[in-house]
Ligand binder design. Structure first.
Ligand SMILES: Nc1ncnc2c1ncn2[C@@H]1O[C@H](COP(=O)(O)OP(=O)(O)O)[C@@H](O)[C@H]1O
Ligand SMILES: [Mg+2]
Length: 248
């Protein structure tokens, strides 16, 4: 579904992503791990079209991915951010409805009658997603008043609004307690079982090991391991990368 070929992104002299190649199959759940500064978020920015690769290319559904966020969104790539980016003064429902105003998604809304129909369908879809993610009772709550765990869920709900094929989750468990993290795990599984392909950047190793069928490890921009969670966890290079960074 998505294929990166020798992708490099440099910032000045820094190789934030360095010659990374991998391919992800449709319907899979792949975790991307690595110490802070390894290039994980930069990789997501490249896939989401927010950054252009310095070298290499990214294909999505067999076609080159243009480096523009609205085009990536239109082709079915959605994301959440490492730091939650909700509109705090808007309700949870309004935040989800916002998804339709971000990309270049027009639908058939140029005609008034189509517009009303679009609105109705959007409201229905937004409500359905909120129910599905356990936020049904919070739809009219101001987003800034939600507990942090629910803010993360609301951000995922907004990402799901446009029915993406590929969902990029950047450290969704950061700041969550054990119960919230377990709940998030269930939701991610549920999303994948609905046919959405998920790339998960996550520091919570329990969550990664429990959820992911495949783990890709980055260190200093380079891909240093790629395989089943159990084999990656025992890989000396991975252990070294984490010990070297005094993490985990
Ligand atoms: N816009 C930017 N300009 C300059 N350097 C950046 C930028 N974004 C990220 N970096 C640098 O690239 C490296 C990788 O960062 P990042 O992708 O955020 O890592 P991770 O998400 O794995 O912690 C870091 O050294 C970071 O400081
Ligand atoms: Mg990051």
């Amino acid at each position: 579904m998505i294929e990166l070929t020798s992708v490099t992104k440099t910032f000045g002299g820094l190789r934030a992503v360095d010659n990374v190649s991998f391919r992800v199959n449709e319907g899979s759940l792949t975790a991307i791990i690595g110490p802070n500064g390894a290039g994980k978020t930069t990789l997501f920015n490249l896939i989401a079209g927010a950054l252009t690769p310095t070298n290499g290319h990214i294909d999505f559904m067999g076609k080159n991915l243009p480096p523009a966020p609205h085009k990536a969104a239109k082709r079915g790539i959605a994301r959440t951010f490492q730091n939650v980016r909700l509109f705090h003064d808007m309700t949870v429902l309004e935040n989800v409805l916002c998804a339709w105003n971000t990309g270049s998604f027009m639908g058939n809304s140029i005609w008034p009658i189509g517009y009303r129909e679009d609105e109705r369908l959007r409201m229905k879809r937004a409500s359905y997603i909120l129910e599905d993610l356990g936020l049904g009772d919070d739809r009219n709550t101001r987003a800034g008043d939600l507990p942090f765990g629910k803010q993360r869920m609301a951000e995922i709900a907004r990402a799901l609004a446009l029915s993406p094929r590929l969902l990029l989750l950047d450290e969704p468990a950061a700041g969550l307690n054990r119960t919230e993290s377990a709940e998030l795990g269930k939701i991610i599984r549920h999303i994948v079982s609905g046919g959405v392909t998920v790339l998960l950047v996550e520091h919570d190793m329990q969550l990664v090991m429990r959820l992911a069928e495949r783990v890709i490890v980055l260190e200093s921009g380079s891909l240093i391991a790629d395989g089943a969670p159990s084999s990656v966890a025992g890989d000396p290079r991975v252990i070294e990368a984490y010990l070297g960074a005094a993490e985990c």
